[in-house]
Ligand binder design. Sequence first.
Ligand code: ZN
Length: 248
Amino acid sequence: MKSMKRWMFVFPHPDDESFACAGTLARCRDAGHETCLVCVTSGCKGRPGPFPINCREELARHREQELARAADVLGIGKLELLRYPDGGLSAVEPEELAERICQLIVDWKPNVVVTFPPDGVTGHPDHIAASNATVAAVERAEQQLQNGEYPSLYFVSIPHYYDHCPDKGPRPAVPITGKVDITLYREQKAEALRAHQSQEYSVNRAYPGVMNGDSSVIGCYEYYTLVRERGRAVTPVSPEKEIPLIHL
Ligand SMILES: [Zn+2]
């Protein structure tokens, strides 16, 4: 029997988890693993979508509710809202952000930590700041954890993100080294994306049709890069043939 693992996902905005990792999150739950999502901002700078919201506090509350619904769909066991300013993460002292995330790692002791790669997938400054802070947090946590408690660190990539968006993304900063088969969890991913109704504009761009109930655009894999394991950096190398499966 496989042992239970703890997976911690760190993302800057409510909805990043659904775009990047929803299938993996749902599969983790089915595999008996515990999941924790750390959402660094409340997304108060996003678009309000169909909702008549023009106050940042109200939008933050609304997006937190949407995130709670997505978390429900995906069986996320623990939701940590850090409530830093949306769009302003790069102005937060990197040490402070890293320390906040580090303490969550030291307290919860995840086996796996997942965040965006250093290019943030989309190049969004909050995505880049969250990635940098999480890498620093894992390294910092290793100073406080016992040998054997060190989490593996993965970056999640969304190589198909720009398939439908007209604009160009940054080149992949790191090669993808593994993928999770989410074939059985595509519907749950679609449902989690739909929970972020205020973000219909972004969902429609990356996953056209999903908001209207057609999830055929959602692929069967989510993609990762292992960059740290057992307290040491791993140099990611592109696989020669097919990208190997990550078994949960
Ligand atoms: Zn985001």
